[in-house]
Design a protein around this ligand. Structure first.
Ligand code: 5RP
Length: 323
């Protein structure tokens, strides 16, 4: 029997997040970035059902696995370079904090995911509730490094961590189950840095940005415009960043979260977090994949690509029981 918090429950939560993102944000005619990982895969599968029902979108994938899945479910694929700029990228994450900062790269795809995010007018992270943390860092930070520079880059990274208060952090090359090195789609290695709670991820990300030989780190500090959080009940919630400049998020007094009030972001890196200042809205269940609503759903979500500097995520109305 699967425990209430076991694989089935997590899969249900991921599915709720993926379908919530599809309903709330995808519109006909969009150029979409397809993220990577199991939540993104659920999004791609559901998108394929919408495409089969007549939705017209053009997509670029952030990994070979997502591209293969998209092809299998009939989603029109283009290279990121030919499709950019994108209207929207929907991706998963390994951790997200209450300021929409994330760690990604659990699948080793964060280099391409970052490229897609950075040429997207809007980036939505779809996550199950276990991904919400008070502080980033419980998940080891993925670092993509070219094999030829591996040893020297690892030394430089260690220097940055030593000089940033993470002196004892383990830095391990990711391996496959058989012990051979994990190789990314781009032919590179991944180092995973076990940092523990990171009090200033933006500062550490900025230091990592300057490390010669590091192709991509897994911090996504400013990329996400919205979160869709899925719960094991099958419900999902949208958390929307209101202002790109100061990263504040709209508080419309509806922050009761899934378990009572929103005061209790635990400070130990656990998964109770992300209740702080976000606007939390229940958009209901997710039965609408492939229905004749296409991707329009019934939510009122402001469309348009906007200016990433001040776009915010303005949901003027999001109805309960939207599907
Ligand atoms: C891949 C990623 C994934 O989005 C992240 O690992 C989350 O994966 P999942 O949805 O399977 O939990 O960043 O590089």
């Amino acid at each position: 029997m699967t425990s209430p918090r076991g694989g089935d429950a997590v899969a249900r939560a991921k599915r709720a997040a993926a379908l919530g993102a599809l309903d709330a944000f995808v519109r006909p005619g969009m150029r979409l970035g397809l993220g990577s990982g199991s939540t993104a895969a659920l999004f791609i599968e559901a998108l394929g059902a919408r495409v089969a029902a007549g939705l017209d979108v053009s997509c670029a994938a952030t990994s070979a696995a997502s591209a293969a899945l998209a092809e299998r479910v009939g989603v029109a694929l283009f290279s990121l370079e030919s499709l950019a700029p994108l209207d929207l990228t929907v991706d998963g994450a390994d951790e997200v904090d209450s300021e929409f900062r994330a760690i990604k790269g659990g699948g080793g795809c964060h280099l391409r995911e970052k490229e897609a995010a950075r040429c997207s007018a809007r980036v939505v992270l779809a996550v199950d509730e276990s991904k919400l943390v008070a502080r980033l860092g419980r998940f080891p930070l993925p670092l993509e490094v070219a094999p030829r520079d591996f040893a020297a880059t690892a030394e430089r990274l260690r220097g940055v961590f030593d000089g940033s208060g993470f002196g004892g952090a383990a830095l391990e090359r990711r391996a496959r189950a058989d012990g051979s090195p994990f190789i990314t789609d781009g032919g590179n290695f991944i180092l995973d840095a076990a940092l523990g709670a990171v009090s200033d991820p933006a500062a550490l990300a900025a230091r990592l940005d300057g490390v010669e030989g590091l192709l991509a780190h897994g911090f996504f500090i400013d990329e996400a415009d919205a979160l869709v959080v899925g719960y094991e009940t099958g419900e999902h919630r949208l958390l929307l960043r209101d202002n790109r400049d100061n990263k504040s998020v709209r508080d419309d007094g509806d922050n009761k979260g899934v378990r009572g009030n929103n005061k209790g972001v635990r400070d130990d890196g656990d998964n109770e977090g992300a209740r702080g200042r976000q606007s939390v809205r229940n958009v209901g269940d997710n039965k609408g994949v492939g229905d004749d609503e296409g991707a329009r759903g019934r939510q009122s979500v402001r469309e348009g690509r906007g200016d990433r500097d001040n776009e915010g995520a303005r949901v003027s109305e999001v109805a309960a029981g939207a599907n």
